[in-house]
Design a protein around this ligand. Structure first.
Ligand code: GCU
Length: 729
């Protein structure tokens, strides 16, 4: 028999980088904590990029009862980022990588009184990923720690955190059967393996055939089988598995069990406002409920291995998953070994989950690194490792927008995917469409996906003239309306993932009225507010639960004669009532628009069949300043909208490409850029050296570039005056 004891209580935490003996000696004076725990729950979420990164200690005495058993192992489901485990002062194991599980054996090191001391360290490192990325690297024992007592004869526990049992189901769709191979690792002589009611006694590996197989069929029917293995000592392991076929076609996109199944969904980070990454099972189940409500059929579990419980939830809910390691943003020449061990652990520990379709090698790795031989070699090794360990799944990669599509790195993974932020960080929305059209035309035989896209929004900010960079709920909604359509028109995209389902902590950020948060979420960090864009996707993806949603409900005070009332719904007809009087009906799909005169206070009701939504808005004489985040940019916009521009001459409304066609206007631009370059050397250099980026910049209007770079109103006006003095042609 196997006994697992979760060590939740009675830990002492010491936030100090001290020797083990000192930690043990002063443990009583430490802070009492329960696991899961992170020391960055507050300082990792409040901005300033100043959260504690260092080594801390967790100390706990193990009771007699807890240490009983023939062979005793200790399991860490996640210790961020590196850990050293000591029992009674003896060092037992060192582990690098904050997102995968690891174990060590305690047998032989136990005595009368047993003191466990764990040094956990999230400081800077040149060897352990991640080191540069847009999220908080929380430190701590933020997932469960357990004792596992097993008999002398038992399943393997040490190697890469293995579950001891590996199931490979290969499905024959025509014959409606599955060939299931079950492998086990143990120190016994034989093992009884059971699948679907059939038991085989073998040395370690058995093959089964399941006739008339019940498929794991995505959201509709995520059926799970169980495989179990038992040794004569009574030690037993079991795992669920699913029988399904994933396939990708460059023209037709993703297939599940032989039918077209475009993967449309979101990404998720594993943190929560106030808790950091120390989540409970209930927190995870609550996240999954929101994902189901949205109607997404895929998740990119970014940017690292998530909790086993979460992959379990994906298995149970039929969500197709992209799993990845935190090989992100910046390649480290001394980090190769760590990418390989993190990948080895990810695949070993997650192999049995039917939800996982692809292994992600890296994310935007060329954002801060050149494509050199070392980086290519690292990717080749990772790719080979994935194929060696798992020939049944494809490998992929999330490419940064400025990575040239003919870069040799794109040839390494089986399929590719791009992260594009046109319409947010730079460029215009249409450039997303153009990018994929060009790619698809140039590479008709390559499978391509859209691994990230998004725009930040703080639900406190609103506008009737939303625009890029204003952080309004309305701009985020417009952005996603465009993207949803763009994606629907391109079914060849094998998967698309909104960045991100939830706002998340990035302590280095300070923007959009919040400190320490990336606000690209469709839902706020505390999960309490679904932004309008959430309802847009729900209208497009959730066909189960009829609803109508009135947009801009938080935009109460409006300073205009006429206002737009926008409704998102998964119904085909929406009726509008203003102050109890029928106003009109719109038919269509997903987005329904009305315009109404704004006279005073109004109660607006949208209705479709049995479902309805209501809001109140009111006419005000002055714009409500509390809705505006970027007051300087807003005033530039106001000035610019009112300004008469002579179209026969150049102006800041022209694109950089147009301006460059004229030597005189081009020289004005160069002079302006050179000034900017001397202020922000690195960025300008990156643009200069990157033809792809230069091409994209050529399509940006000068005004959008100036606003994005934070230029003040006076200098924008000055550049415009100079350009207006230069005639076109
Ligand atoms: C990236 C990256 C994310 C990041 C996002 C953003 O390119 O992969 O980790 O959070 O863009 O800027 O919001």
């Amino acid at each position: 028999m196997r006994k697992t004891t979760i060590l939740k209580d009675n830990w002492k935490f010491l936030k100090a980088d001290i020797p083990c003996e000192t930690a043990v000696q002063y443990a009583a004076q430490g802070e009492s904590v329960t696991l899961p725990h992170t020391w960055n729950a507050e300082d990792g979420q409040d901005g300033g990029n100043d959260y504690h990164r260092g080594a801390c200690w967790y100390v706990r005495e193990l009771s007699k009862e807890e240490t009983a058993g023939e062979r005793l192992f200790l399991e860490f489901a996640g210790a961020a980022m590196s850990a050293d485990v000591y029992l009674n002062g003896t060092h037992l194991v060192h582990h690098d990588g904050g997102y995968s599980a690891f174990r060590c054996e305690l047998t032989g090191h136990l005595s009368e009184k047993n003191i466990l001391a764990v040094r956990v360290d999230n400081s800077d490192s040149r060897t352990v990923y991640p080191q540069k990325a847009d999220f908080t690297f929380y430190g701590g024992l933020y997932r469960p720690v357990s004792l596992i007592a097993v008999p002398e004869e038992h399943f393997e526990l040490l190697k890469d955190g293995t579950p001891g049992i590996k199931v490979t189901p290969l499905v024959d769709l025509e014959k409606k059967c599955a060939h299931v191979t079950v492998e086990t690792w143990h120190n016994g002589t034989s093992v009884d393996i059971t699948v679907n009611g059939e038991t085989k006694t073998v040395e370690n590996k058995a093959e089964f055939v399941i006739e008339d197989v019940h498929l794991w069929d995505g959201l509709d029917d995520p059926y799970l089988y169980t495989a179990s293995a038992r040794l004569s000592s009574g030690d037993e392991v079991s795992t669920r598995f699913g029988c399904r076929v994933f396939a990708c076609d460059p023209q037709k996109g993703f297939f599940l069990n032989g039918r077209s199944y475009p993967l449309r969904g979101v990404s998720r980070h594993q943190d929560l406002k106030g808790k950091g990454n120390a989540l409970s099972k209930e927190d995870m189940a609550a996240d999954m409920a929101i994902i189901r409500e949205l109607g997404a059929n895929t998740l990119r579990l970014a940017h690292y291995q998530h909790a086993q419980e979460f992959y379990d939830l994906c298995d149970e809910n039929g969500i197709v998953v992209w799993a990845e390691i935190p090989y992100i943003t910046m390649h480290m020449t001394e980090g190769r070994e760590n990418t390989l061990t993190q990948m080895k652990e990810l695949i070993t520990q997650c192999y049995n989950h039917p939800c996982i379709a692809v292994w992600g090698l890296s994310n935007e790795i060329t954002a801060a690194s050149a494509v050199n031989e070392d980086l290519l070699e690292n990717h080749r090794l990772l790719n080979e490792l994935c194929h060696r360990m798992d020939p049944t799944r494809l490998t992929t990669m999330a490419d940064v927008f400025m990575l040239e599509t003919d870069s040799p790195i794109l040839d390494i993974p089986d399929i590719n995917s791009y992260n594009l932020y046109f319409g947010w960080y730079l460029g215009e929305l249409e450039q997303n469409d153009e990018f994929f059209d060009e790619y698809h035309e140039k590479y008709p035989d390559k499978v391509i996906g859209f691994s990230e896209y998004g725009a930040d929004a703080n639900p406190a900010f609103h506008s009737s003239h939303p625009e890029k960079g204003d952080y309004t709920e309305e701009y985020q909604a417009l952005y996603h309306e465009h993207m949803l359509k763009m994606i629907e028109e391109r079914p060849y995209l094998w998967a698309t993932h909104v960045w991100n389902l939830f706002d998340f902590a990035a302590d280095g950020r300070d923007e959009g009225g919040k400190h320490g948060e990336n606000q690209k979420g469709l839902v706020t960090f505390d999960r309490l507010t679904r932004k309008d864009a959430f309802w847009l996707y729900k209208a497009a993806w959730n066909h189960q639960e009829p609803f109508v949603h009135l947009c801009s409900k938080r935009y109460v005070n409006r300073c205009e004669d006429e206002t737009e009332i926008k409704v998102y719904s998964n119904q085909s007809e929406v009726r509008l009532y203003v102050d109890g009087t029928y106003y009109g009906t719109e038919t269509g799909r997903t987005i329904f628009r009305f315009r109404i005169p704004l006279l005073g206070n109004h109660v607006i009701k949208a209705e479709s069949g049995a479902v309805s939504d209501t809001m109140c808005i009111c006419r005000v004489s002055e714009p409500d300043e509390s809705y505006i985040f970027n007051k300087a940019a807003a005033s530039v916009t106001n000035w610019f909208d009112a300004e008469e521009v002579d179209p026969a001459c150049f102006s800041i409304k022209d694109t950089l490409g147009e301006i460059r066609t004229n030597p005189q206007a081009g020289a004005v631009l160069e002079a302006m850029m050179a000034k900017g370059a001397s202020e922000r050397g690195d960025v300008a250099d990156a643009v200069k050296d990157n033809p792809g980026l230069q091409r994209m910049m050529a399509r940006m209007t000068l005004i959008s570039l100036l606003k994005q770079s934070g230029a003040d109103e006076e200098s924008i006006k000055q550049v415009n005056r100079i350009l207006q003095g230069i005639r076109k042609n």
